[in-house]
Design a protein around this ligand. Structure first.
Ligand SMILES: Nc1ncnc2c1ncn2[C@@H]1O[C@H](COP(=O)(O)OP(=O)(O)O)[C@@H](O)[C@H]1O
Ligand SMILES: [Mg+2]
Length: 258
């Protein structure tokens, strides 16, 4: 009888294929959240703007995202808004993965489900106030006549009756931001994003704009995400999230100013 050759030495355990490596556990979106971010990472070359951000925003809730300049606030807002695609992580809006959509579908989400208020309003300088506001529903298929009537009602409800035909250059900074608030809310969005909405205003006017922004989004049932480095602005929100070096370092509920 021939003897069996000795078994070959055991091969070292191979490294698993990168796709098969266990991924760190990711908590699912909070049930009932309107907007959820999980593990958001965004790099610009050597700079890590977001280093793994989780955030849940409830329906109707207002959240101030605070932090010093360069901490990643605007990058976070742009990822939540589907303007920037994160390198990894996911954003879920009302149960739908934003980054599973193609660019055309994401732009529809931005028009239908989101509203935006920026530091300088981003109004179209050549259009009168009423047309700046009416444009949002017209882009969703509402007739010019109906959109214009609705826009005039929104302007009146924000204290701008009689200013419908003024161009942005003929409005004060505070009035222009009211037009921007009307434009953001006229389409009935689920979430309104504001990036330093009072950054170009004096303090009294800024307070006025924050009162109108928070009151109007609350009445409309929209959630609000406000990026600011100003504690006075954050005081108008139900919750304060602090960002440092691309990470959330604090998340506190508070009694919002009214
Ligand atoms: N488009 C970009 N290209 C290169 N670096 C960027 C870009 N956008 C942001 N950054 C960098 O990412 C970091 C976070 O920026 P940002 O989100 O704008 O901060 P914040 O809004 O808190 O001031 C900063 O270091 C900034 O310089
Ligand atoms: Mg910013």
């Amino acid at each position: 009888m021939s003897t069996m050759p000795p078994p070959p030495p055991a091969a070292p355990t191979p490294e698993p294929h990168p796709h098969l490596r266990p991924v760190p556990p990711v908590t699912p979106p909070l049930p009932g959240a309107r907007l959820s971010a999980r593990g958001l990472v965004k790099r610009f070359g050597p700079t890590t703007a977001l280093a793994g951000v989780d955030l849940d925003v409830l329906p109707g809730e207002s959240v101030a995202v605070m932090g010093p300049s360069g901490s990643g606030k605007s990058t976070l807002l742009h990822c939540l808004a589907g303007i920037l695609v994160p390198d990894s992580g996911a954003v879920t809006l009302s149960g739908r993965g934003l980054h599973d959509l193609d660019e055309r579908e994401r732009s529809l989400v931005r028009r239908r489900q989101y509203g935006f208020v920026f530091q300088f309003g981003q109004l179209l300088a050549e259009l009168p106030a009423v047309e700046n506001v009416a444009l949002a529903p017209m882009l969703l298929g509402t007739s010019r006549k109906e959109a214009t009537e609705l826009a005039a009602r929104w302007l009146a409800s924000l204290g701008l009756a009689g200013m419908e035909d003024r161009r942005p250059g003929e409005l004060s900074g505070g009035q222009a931001q009211r037009v921007a608030v009307a434009r953001a809310l006229i389409t009935g969005p689920e979430v309104v994003f504001a990036d330093e909405p009072t950054g170009a205003l004096d303090q009294a006017t800024g307070t006025d704009v924050m009162r109108i922004l928070t009151e109007t989004t609350r009445l409309a049932g929209a959630s609000l995400v406000v990026v600011t480095h100003d504690a006075g602005v954050a005081a108008w929100c139900d919750r304060r999230v602090e960002v440092r070096d691309g990470r959330v370092v604090a998340d506190v509920r508070q009694q919002a100013a009214r």
